[in-house]
Design a protein around this ligand. Structure first.
Ligand code: BMA
Length: 360
């Protein structure tokens, strides 16, 4: 009887009632719900590959339509495309990584049109000091930004610019393009002003809650899936210490760069913990940033990254950028002529990894 009542409730008065796992935003747009559900399903099929700024530039080119270093190497684009919004808050025309915001908007639309998935990070300025994201000279920045803080109104102005950007991301049909948004990341470390030694647990959670609620309730933005991504961590408790809540977060992830021989083991143990946490919560799970010595180790893709992650059901792993204005040997993604190029093709051909053609 109770079940029948529930079924009736779902059917009455509505033709499009989404069923199945739902994103944290009760007002998420139908396209956002669909992306969330597709990604949850896909993570049982394989692990998508992502690259930061894949369409914006590569080690030897800048803003060439339809090009990505990943495609140069394996013939297919990544499935996940990362974008960075740092300096949007200043009203600048281009990002801290020298990508014009107009090109980012175009790139996000292109990615969506060809069936890829967009994720956005935001290394934004220190609202209190005026310094960069890496300015950790004050422990009061987060406290100053939350309601009641001396810089709260300034932060709201930053969010206004962010909201205008997000609201410009529409398809030709006029529907909003669903976006993964991953602010305040790597907070288990202390190199950004929002890091663990720079604010209290309560301040960090309050900043998250204010931000998401402002975008949802004041700006009526319902096409974002929010990602919580730590840096390295050693236990579930450490991972979840600053988790702001299931009602705000859709993706559980972490960032981890290869800085030495213990990398594969740490990557595996963090992946094991997050996949368990995400399964319990019914959330998407990913390695939201990674990167290794791909210009030194010719088998890094298959022998380090893939071997470590193969046992886990992860939605994606995204490697960081191939800066066009830095030497190629600091690139985190594959590029033509890179010593691990052949190994990347093996990684691409492995049934575990999914690229753009696999998800369309
Ligand atoms: C960092 C580096 C910086 C960049 C920043 C934001 O990890 O790649 O050069 O400005 O990310 O994308």
């Amino acid at each position: 009887m109770k079940n029948l009542f529930l079924i009736l409730l779902v059917c009455i008065g509505s033709t499009v009632h989404a069923v199945g796992p739902l994103p944290s935003d009760p007002k998420a747009t139908p396209e956002t719900v669909k992306l969330y559900q597709n990604m949850l399903k896909l993570q049982y099929k394989g692990m998508m590959f992502g690259h930061q700024d894949a369409f914006a530039y590569g080690t030897s080119w800048y803003a060439e339509e339809g090009r990505s270093d990943v495609k140069d190497v394996c013939g297919d684009h990544p499935a996940i495309f990362g974008w960075e919004l740092g300096h949007l808050e200043l009203g600048d025309k281009y990002s801290l990584d020298s990508v014009f915001f107009d090109n980012i908007i175009k790139g996000i639309k292109d990615v969506h049109r060809i069936g890829g998935i967009n994720t956005v990070s935001w290394h934004f300025r220190n609202v209190l000091t005026g310094g960069s994201s890496w300015d950790i000279s004050s422990k009061k920045t987060v406290a100053s930004m939350i309601p009641g803080g001396e810089k709260h109104q300034e932060y709201v102005q930053y969010l206004e610019k962010l909201a205008a950007f997000m609201l410009s991301l529409k398809t030709e049909k006029g529907t909003f393009i669903p976006i993964h948004f991953r602010p305040f990341h790597e907070h288990t470390g202390s190199w950004f002003w929002w890091g663990k030694d720079l604010c209290t647990v309560d301040e960090y959670k309050t900043l998250w809650r204010f931000t998401v609620n402002y975008l949802r309730n004041e700006k009526n933005i319902h096409h974002l899936l929010y990602g919580y991504s730590t840096d390295r961590f050693a236990s579930d408790e450490e991972y979840l210490e600053r988790y702001p809540g299931d009602d705000l977060i859709d993706l559980i992830g972490f960032d981890l760069y290869d800085r030495g021989p213990e990398y594969a083991a740490t990557l595996g143990s963090c992946a094991k913990m997050v996949t368990k946490i995400a399964a319990e919560k019914g959330k998407i799970v990913a390695v939201t940033e990674a990167g290794g010595p791909i210009s030194k180790n010719p088998e890094w893709w298959t022998k380090t990254l893939l071997d470590a992650l193969r046992p886990y059901k992860l939605s994606y792993v995204l490697v960081w950028r191939n800066a066009f204005n830095q030497p190629p040997n600091v690139a985190f993604g594959p590029y033509k002529g890179c010593p691990s190029e052949k190994d990347f093709v093996k990684f691409y051909n492995d049934p575990k990894t999914l690229f753009l053609k696999d998800i369309r």
